[in-house]
Design a protein around this ligand. Structure first.
Ligand SMILES: O=P(O)(O)O[C@H]1O[C@H](CO)[C@@H](O)[C@H]1O
Ligand SMILES: O=c1cc[nH]c(=O)[nH]1
Length: 234
């Protein structure tokens, strides 16, 4: 039965879903991996595609931007469509000086300033990737990519973050900033599912000289996608 935000038939999703933020990146990934994929949902312009990649079922669907948007889609996929794992294929702003534009970041954990998952009074939870997916993604890495594995920050604001806070997060070893991973990891934990985020560094918070354009952010995801697919089908 359709949900308020997904108009796909029951059984229309594969157990594994690749989830970029950008709907155009989602369509591009689906076309690249599965030219015969079927479009199974299109509510609000968020296309969802299901097909087979290397003989195994796979779906691709965008999350939109930010934790509230991702939470709607991830919750409906886990609870209504039997999805068992979601792998975010996103972009991030580099925070670590070693994380250069074009590098790949696998998010082991995600700090957040969001109040969406204050589930236990007095406890700051630690949203964490699924080890199974994390280890499969890392095993698929090759010498063509500069890979970083560690914490990211999932922030509710794209603009207007306090510069001292940004510096402190960087000093604490945070690799990059984006806007969805903490919610994805918490939802996977709540629904007994698996999740991983693989990111392409699209810009750098402390050196903007090499930042990608919007078009490049839509197209440049080859390394991240390779790791994401390995996690999806591990
Ligand atoms: O490129 P995506 O996957 O959308 O990810 C990043 O880009 C958006 C902000 O420009 C946020 O969604 C952030 O998390
Ligand atoms: O959230 C994001 C994503 C990419 N780049 C940023 O600077 N922030």
């Amino acid at each position: 039965m359709p949900t308020p935000h997904i108009n796909a038939a029951d059984g229309a999703f594969a157990p594994a879903v690749l989830m970029p933020g950008d709907p155009r990146r989602a369509e591009r990934i689906a076309n690249l991996l599965m030219p015969d994929a079927e479009k199974v949902s299109d509510v609000r312009g968020i296309g969802a595609f299901t097909g087979e990649y290397n003989g195994k079922p796979l779906s691709v669907m965008a999350s939109g931007m930010g934790q509230p948007s991702l939470s709607i889609y991830a919750t409906e996929l886990f609870t209504h469509y039997g999805v068992k794992r979601i792998i975010r294929v996103g972009t991030c702003g580099g925070m670590a000086t070693s994380a250069k534009v074009g590098d790949v970041v696998v998010a082991m954990s995600a700090h957040t300033d969001s109040s969406m998952f204050n589930l236990v009074p007095g406890v700051n939870l630690a949203p964490t990737a699924s080890w199974n997916l994390l280890s499969a993604a890392i095993a698929a890495a090759d010498d063509s990519m500069n890979l970083h594995v560690g914490p990211v920050a999932s922030r509710d604001r794209f603009y207007g973050n306090d510069p001292d806070g940004v510096k402190t997060l960087a000093d604490l070893g945070t690799l990059g900033v984006e806007m969805e991973t903490a919610a994805l990891y918490m939802l996977a934990a709540q629904h007994n599912a698996e999740a991983l985020t693989v990111l392409t560094v699209s810009d750098h918070l402390f050196d903007t000289s090499g930042d990608m354009t919007a078009e490049e952010r839509e197209h440049k995801f080859e390394g991240a996608l390779k790791l994401a697919v390995a996690a999806a089908h591990c």
